[in-house]
Design a protein around this ligand. Structure first.
Ligand code: NAP
Length: 344
């Protein structure tokens, strides 16, 4: 069975990654593309400044981009992937859900809303059933689900493993790639030969989204995890791949060897885009590195360096491809989960 899908915000950095992942997808068929009014009415080839590392797919290049409006998307499209600016998503995503579409979104709006599932399939797929609460409360035939921010996704799979030892406190410092800011996000004059020690709103996203993701869902609401999370976020001049330095304090003592073994044993899922192994652990203290390791398992894997014992708990570095595992690939995995769980 092939599910007809659309992409909202198809011309942007994440939208282009979505096209790259969806075009060869075994379950999904691209049937609608939307963007801003300035792109609407143009062919995708003309509207998108194609910048990902494979040719623009033939079957997509000649599709006419529509306006981002439920009336512009065919009724037989069942699933929409959204990579809109959050200010736009906030307004239009509920309109699409109300019109009967299921929306798997990257945008930060509504990630913390009580009735919106915030999901990483390997971490908290059970939270998907919050859709039932959402439909009851909002009267929607469709649904809205979110994947977390790219920097949050990079660390949370390893934190989910550490929670087996009782997570109490997490401290994280990030080195985030420029693609995380979108195509118009950071100017070359700002970022070349430089590091920007602040990314607006990012620290708060890491501190809140990780607690919701690791929270307990009791069938009606998610009780957030009680751990403390402190984040400091930095933009660095790499193109793709967020590297993060994590310190984690746990209730039970956890030796570096036990943590590495638990990382290696972290179980994945069997969705079409699931990585072969969720967490790849390196023995080399000089890894992971963005240029060498961001494409691990087609960009869907999480790479982790050796674990060390410190006075602030265990310390390790982790890395993920921010526009694949951290954005487009995360939404596609959530779309696959929606199909697997019969929400599509
Ligand atoms: P981007 O490169 O700026 O792309 C934005 C997309 O939204 C474009 O297709 C743009 O179309 C469209 N758009 C802009 N204004 C619109 C409007 N008023 N109505 C309809 N469409 C409009 O941004 P991005 O980096 O892809 O990010 C997209 C979303 O994903 C954001 O919410 C971001 O926070 C989130 N996200 C990004 C990353 C990442 O690594 N980049 C990671 C996680 C989450 P036009 O081309 O026509 O302007």
């Amino acid at each position: 069975m092939s599910v007809r899908v659309g992409v909202l915000g198809a011309t942007g950095a994440v939208g282009q990654r979505l096209i790259q992942l969806l075009d060869p997808h075994p379950e999904f068929e691209i049937a609608a593309l939307t963007a801003s009014e300035s792109s609407a009415g143009r062919t995708y080839r003309d509207a998108a400044k194609w910048r990902v590392d494979s040719p623009i797919p033939d079957g997509v290049a000649d599709i006419t981009v529509g306006a981002t409006d439920p009336d512009e998307v065919p009724d037989d499209v069942d699933l929409l992937f959204s990579s809109l600016p959050s200010s736009v998503g906030e307004q239009v995503e509920p309109e699409f859900a109300d019109a009967g579409y299921v929306v798997s979104s990257n945008s930060s709006n509504a990630r913390l809303a009580d009735d919106v599932p915030l999901v990483i399939p390997e971490v908290n797929h059970d939270h998907l059933d919050l859709i039932e609460v959402q439909r009851d409360e909002r009267g929607w035939d469709g649904a809205l689900i979110k994947n977390p921010n790219c920097s949050t996704i990079t660390m949370v799979p390893s934190l989910a493993v550490l929670d087996g030892f009782g997570l109490e406190r997490v401290t994280v410092s990030t080195l985030q790639a420029v693609s995380g800011a979108g195509y118009d996000g950071v100017s070359s004059m700002e970022i070349i030969d430089n590091v920007l020690p602040h990314i607006g709103g990012e620290e708060e996203k890491m501190e809140t989204e990780s607690r919701k993701l690791l929270g307990e869902f009791d069938g009606s609401e998610v009780e957030w995890h009680g751990m403390d999370v402190a984040a400091s976020c930095n933009r660095v001049p790499t193109l793709d791949g967020h590297l993060e330095n994590v310190w984690a304090e746990t209730e039970e003592s956890a030796s570096p060897e036990a943590v590495e073994e638990a990382f290696r044993d972290a179980s994945g899922l069997d969705l079409p885009s699931s990585p072969d192994r969720l967490i790849h652990v390196f023995d080399d203290p000089n890894r992971p590195q963005p240029r060498l390791d961001r494409n691990i398992d087609d960009g869907q894997g999480i790479a982790v360096g050796p674990v060390q014992e410190t006075s602030d708990g265990v310390q390790y570095d982790c890395l993920a491809h921010n526009t694949i595992r951290g954005a487009a690939g995360a939404s596609v995995l959530n779309g696959e989960l929606l199909v697997d769980q019969n929400y599509i």
